[in-house]
Design a protein around this ligand. Sequence first.
Ligand code: CA
Length: 225
Amino acid sequence: MIICVEDEQNICELEVYTLQSFGFEAKGCGSGKELFTELARELPQLILLDIMLPDEDGLSILRRLRADVRYTHIPVIMATAKGTEFDKVKGLDGGADDYIAKPFGMLEMVSRIRAVLRRCSSNTTNESIITYGCLSVNTAAHTVKVCGENIILTLKEYEVLKKLLQNPGIVFTRDKLLNEIWGYEFCGETRTVDVHIRTLRQKLGAAGELIETIRGVGYRLAGTK
Ligand code: CA
């Protein structure tokens, strides 16, 4: 999924519509606040980030993204109406992957996005890839593949999967998963774990059966590769 952060609704809708018509999943956010709400639900492949926004500007949002381990790997393309060298340098110094000056054509936007996605996928090294049967998790890029197909997980689903993958054969109780992934404030809400395991299995399709339920105890990754 690609998130377009743009407060001008017409432009935002056009960006999302264009990306969708090119086969991308895309979603629009009108502010940084909306963006971070969305990120808590699902991590995108890329963020197209306008600089001039209400409340918090794009450069400040970029700094927050780059300072957070959960989001620092997400490629960001900055969009600005100013188009000055000054903005460009500030954006790239702040960790943007590319920069596009407004007004830009929709075809230019799509080709920039494709180029950044290509560059980012070839940058990832194989040392951070955990494979298990047909399942492959890239812990640097936070991406998951089943039989070569990208699977989009929420952050919590991803963390549960990573935890199980890093400890194959080990049984995790619901309380242990809750404590390690959600933190102490969720203690007792073990249903949360069951819900996430269920959606995780669904999303993993054929690889879903690698996650075993140990009755009355919890979950584990099936012990054999
Ligand atoms: Ca704007």
